[in-house]
Design a protein around this ligand. Structure first.
Ligand SMILES: [Zn+2]
Length: 454
């Protein structure tokens, strides 16, 4: 590896400083979304949308804006053709800041220290938002017209699983728009992603696990604690939980993960190279190795479940007449909510425990890798990040892009920023920060992507 240098214009520093100043202003607006919009503060969202209009005048002049209820934005940039429209996504909301977390620099201060810009939202996801908007603004300055319609969908409720992305999808559907491909946050140019692999991996999410919540419930007599019976509601629920815990879902390595191992094999240390190069043939061995490697790699191989909430009797001297447990399930592609319910019911093996679905979230369908749209992402990555290895992967976390799978078979999740392990861990935690050169490179990546759409 090593390869050629990334494609940067002669005036890269000026280009970079402009985008950094814009991101600083946007990070300083605390757009924290709330599950219940009535309890949230709308003022920062209003200010954010106004600031965007100030920062990107050409974008607002030339693109057609459809406001989405809840301060989300849907822009259309008319191209020479509307046959193969492309959707670029980002979200303007952020997760709250824990007051007690030891941030090195104030979370909404957007301080620039030693080539890094610090603050909540720098990576998740205002960096993408400003990267996309600045790429469009620069191209408009140059009089560029895209070959295809470009839609920008900027949601405002991603972090609380709100409905703004769904509403944007409904609007596109109403207008008969069938995107060629959709690009949202998700993967990154990740250094140190896998032990022993030297080059950074440019991981592009091609599917994401679904989030489903089940409730286990046992109803019974209850009664006074001085006259107990065997196997009361609480004991029955506990037995169900223990049985469930002892019955993990069957594990395998899904196709996108196999493809990832094929691609990184040439960069793996020699003893490992053969194993991961023959991943398809050695699927069972690889599956066992991933499970043994810890909870994170293990989650790549199967649907997982965790018992989260528990409730029973409200008093020390009363036996519960109803005992309940909440089960949070992350559905891997290959499983469905129905197959999950069947597995759970069979594992519990007790007709008196009812299993109901509180929230159903299916795994996202797998977007194609052997495809022009994916190859366009790959070749643009090769230009901007010549040392990185582009690869598909299955995301563990959820993004707004899952709603777009309803209208588009090619949904990809990739943020064009170099991120260290520490940076990836800072997302939703503390000390979130982005390198200023990385922000500049990311913006140029979006620009090249738009230029290269045929
Ligand atoms: Zn995000």
């Amino acid at each position: 590896m090593g390869g050629t240098a990334p494609l940067r214009p002669a005036d890269f520093e000026a280009v970079r400083d402009r985008v950094v100043a814009k991101l600083q202003a946007l990070v300083r607006i605390p757009t924290v979304s709330h599950v219940d919009p009535a309890q949230g503060d709308a003022a920062p969202f209003v200010a954010f949308v106004e600031e965007l209009a100030r920062q990107f005048p050409l974008l607002h002049e030339h693109l057609e804006l459809t406001p989405i209820p809840g301060h989300a934005l849907l822009f259309r940039w008319p191209g020479t053709s509307a046959e193969r429209p492309v959707v670029l996504m980002a979200h303007l909301d952020v997760v709250p800041v824990d007051e007690n977390a030891p941030w090195r620099h104030p979370a909404f201060g957007a301080r620039l220290v030693d080539g890094q810009l610090w603050g909540r939202g720098t990576l998740d996801n205002k960096g993408c938002l400003v990267g996309i908007a600045e790429a469009v603004e620069r191209l408009l300055e140059q009089g560029f017209r895209p070959a295809q319609d470009i839609w920008l969908s900027f949601g405002s409720t991603e972090e609380v699983s709100g409905d703004t992305a769904e509403l944007a999808v409904a609007e596109l559907r109403r207008r008969g728009v069938q995107p060629w491909f959709v690009l949202d946050e998700g993967g990154a140019v990740a250094a140190g992603a896998l032990p022993g692999i030297k080059p950074p991996l440019a991981v592009i999410g091609v599917s994401e696990k679904g989030t489903t919540t089940l409730e286990l419930r046992v109803d019974g007599q209850g009664g006074h604690a001085s006259t107990p019976v065997q196997m009361d509601t609480t004991a029955r629920l506990a037995r169900a939980i223990v049985r469930l815990d002892a019955s993990p879902f069957p594990a395998t390595v899904p196709e996108p993960t196999l493809e990832m191992f094929r691609r990184i094999a040439p960069h793996a240390p020699l003893p490992l190279r053969a194993l991961i190069g023959n991943a398809a043939r050695l699927r069972p061995v690889l599956t066992r190795a991933l499970i043994a490697a810890g909870p994170e790699p293990a989650a790549l191989t199967r649907t997982t479940l965790a018992v989260t909430t528990l409730s029973g009797s409200p008093a020390h001297n009363v036996i519960a007449s109803t005992a309940r447990a909440g089960v949070n399930v992350r559905v891997l592609v290959g499983d469905t909510v129905a197959s999950v319910v069947a597995h759970v019911t069979k594992a519990i093996h007790d007709k008196r425990v009812t299993v109901s679905v509180v929230e159903a979230g299916e795994a996202s369908p797998v977007s194609p890798v052997d495809d022009d749209a994916f190859r366009l992402l790959e070749s643009t990555i090769a230009e901007s990040f010549p040392d990185a290895v582009p690869t598909p992967y299955v995301m563990m976390a959820a993004t707004d892009s899952r709603f777009f799978t309803a209208i588009c078979p090619r949904v990809y999740r990739f943020a064009p920023f170099r991120m260290t392990k520490a940076q990836r861990e800072a997302i939703h935690s503390y000390d979130e920060h982005i390198g200023v050169d990385d922000l500049g490179d990311g913006m140029l990546w979006y620009q090249r992507l738009i230029e290269r759409i045929a």
